[in-house]
Design a protein around this ligand. Structure first.
Ligand SMILES: NC(=O)c1ccc[n+]([C@@H]2O[C@H](COP(=O)([O-])OP(=O)(O)OC[C@H]3O[C@@H](n4cnc5c(N)ncnc54)[C@H](OP(=O)(O)O)[C@@H]3O)[C@@H](O)[C@H]2O)c1
Length: 216
């Protein structure tokens, strides 16, 4: 399976690309192809340092959609609409949303759109039948990038298409020590998304870093 990362140059996108490109074919997307290539170089360099194989290619966000079976939308919620508007073919892919709409006020606050969650907003703006899953919402970018450390988190996954959800959960289980959990239909995505401001507030008020979740 080839995984594409739209916004693959960002905080979580690059860390995801570094880890995923060591275990599968990855396509890193950007609005600026030279930025995508820089991220590919980062992936290749870090894998080479450890004597590991790495399969990564850079392109535009549209190249990512065209060349991948599964597309992770690693972009801020405020840019989702403009990014999606410019892309075609997502309806033929599995689309994974790690997107958490939130704001930093006195503390971090979950700010979902009228649809109830970023995932349900995506469902509204993508063509009918697009297989959307929510996953990877609660892992900090720093932890993705800290490639020498294992990721030991639980990853709740929401979605309405059983086959797509199975594929996403299998992908999660292949990454480091992550463990996927079925967290219900796409309409439950707000629960996953809203955990992230909680984690950030816990980190902030307890002087912790990169707080995550593990189900036991
Ligand atoms: N950061 C975290 O720790 C974390 C953790 C869990 C979930 N998330 C979620 O993951 C998503 C990505 O977060 P992030 O922190 O990685 O975001 P980010 O670094 O701020 O941005 C990711 C990428 O989005 C693209 N982008 C920026 N401005 C854009 C615009 N105006 N139009 C279109 N694309 C634009 C950029 O790619 P190009 O400039 O290369 O096009 C950028 O590299 C968010 O929805 C966030 O809620 C983040």
């Amino acid at each position: 399976m080839r995984v594409g990362i739209v916004g693959g140059t960002g905080e979580i996108g690059e860390g995801m690309a570094m880890r995923l490109s060591r275990i599968m074919d990855v396509c890193v997307g950007s609005r600026d192809i030279s930025k995508a290539r820089e991220t590919c170089d980062t992936c290749l360099f870090s894998a080479k340092e450890e004597g590991l194989d790495c399969s990564v290619e850079g392109g535009t966000n549209q190249d990512v959609v065209d060349g991948s079976d599964l597309v992770i939308l690693a972009i801020p919620f405020k840019h989702v609409q403009s990014t999606i508007q410019g892309l075609t073919g997502l309806d033929e892919k599995i689309v994974v949303s790690p997107i958490n709409p939130m704001e930093r006020r006195d503390c971090f606050v979950y700010t979902p759109p009228a649809e109830g969650s970023a995932a349900l907003y995506l469902q509204k703006i993508l063509p009918e039948g697009t297989r959307i899953c929510t996953a990877f919402n609660n892992i900090a970018g720093n932890r993705w990038r800290d490639i020498s450390s294992d990721l030991t988190y639980s990853v709740p996954v929401c979605g309405d298409d059983a086959e797509a959800k199975r594929i996403v959960m299998d992908l999660v289980d292949r990454i480091s020590l992550l463990k996927a959990y079925d967290a219900g239909p796409l309409s439950c995505s707000h629960i996953i998304e809203s955990i992230t401001p909680l984690l950030l507030n816990v980190a902030r008020y307890n002087r912790m870093k990169d707080v995550g979740i593990r189900f036991v």
